[in-house]
Design a protein around this ligand. Structure first.
Ligand code: SAM
Length: 241
């Protein structure tokens, strides 16, 4: 299979993304650790700190996959969380992990599309999406759905790969993503193409400022972002007023 991303028509992107996560689901967590040297854990910790979970707070974690954000939210004092993901396999791995963490209560696992969320208007206090929005075919639709389901006063937060802002480091990072990373993918997950897709989807994604404008255009206020690890990743946030 060829996961070349640039030339794929929009109509095929969704099924391609599904195929990628179907094939990597069981190795997903291990791969994250290997590829990032464990740093994705620190980014996710920072992300949850910034969300400031509190008892009774209701979170919707979109593209929640195997539950990393949901578990951190509950362990840091959050109320309840709905994990929504388009891929059943990823959620299934997540549910097994929840058992291991002793965290079955207050988590709801729901199959659904970020572009058409299976939730009513104004139904959550916070919306998060971590390393997910890059995979969505129509980002603007996902942002307007986020706005719709948030209650007034609710917070939007996104963690995503972004544009490296440190001169010199960007070249090194490119070499890593396009040469080394697909090889790690081949070796561990037996799927070089899926990780080639990963590198390409990161390069395609809008930079910090552009993405911030898209969030503003969806209606959010006080939009800001913060770079992590020199811009390898960034946290964007905004409020529905
Ligand atoms: N949030 C988790 C984390 O940080 O470890 C998982 C991130 S994983 C890289 C991306 C997830 O996005 C996959 O589980 C995939 O199934 C999901 N996804 C892709 N397109 C989606 C869509 N349109 N709606 C909901 N989830 C989607």
């Amino acid at each position: 299979t060829h996961f070349g991303f640039r030339d794929v028509p929009e109509s095929q992107k969704a099924s391609m993304v599904r195929e990628v996560f179907d094939t990597v689901a069981s190795k997903y967590d291990l791969m994250n650790d290997l590829m990032s040297g464990g740093i994705h854990r620190l980014w996710k910790d920072t992300f949850i700190n910034e969300l400031k979970p509190r008892p009774g707070m209701k979170l919707l974690d979109v593209a929640g996959g195997t539950g990393d954000i949901a578990f951190r939210f509950l362990k840091n004092g959050g109320g309840s969380v709905t994990v929504c993901d388009i891929n059943y396999e990823m959620l299934h791995v997540g549910r097994d992990r929840a058992v291991d963490h002793g965290l079955l209560k207050n988590i709801n696992w729901t199959v659904g599309d970020a572009q058409k969320l299976p939730l009513p208007d104004h139904s959550v206090d916070a919306y998060t999406i971590a390393f997910g929005i890059r995979n969505v075919t129509r980002i603007i639709e996902a942002l307007s759905e986020a706005y719709r389901v948030l209650r007034p006063g609710g917070k939007f937060q996104c963690l995503e790969f972004s544009k490296v802002v440190v001169p010199g480091f960007d070249k090194l990072y490119d070499t890593y993503s396009f040469k080394l990373l697909p090889e790690i993918g081949r070796f561990i997950a037996g799927n070089r193409e899926a990780y080639q897709y990963l590198a390409e989807s990161i390069r395609q994604f809008p930079d910090q400022e552009t993405f911030a404008s898209m969030i503003r255009d969806a209606g959010f206020e006080r939009v800001k972002y913060r770079n992590l690890s020199g811009g390898i990743a960034a946290i964007h946030s905004g409020w529905r007023i």
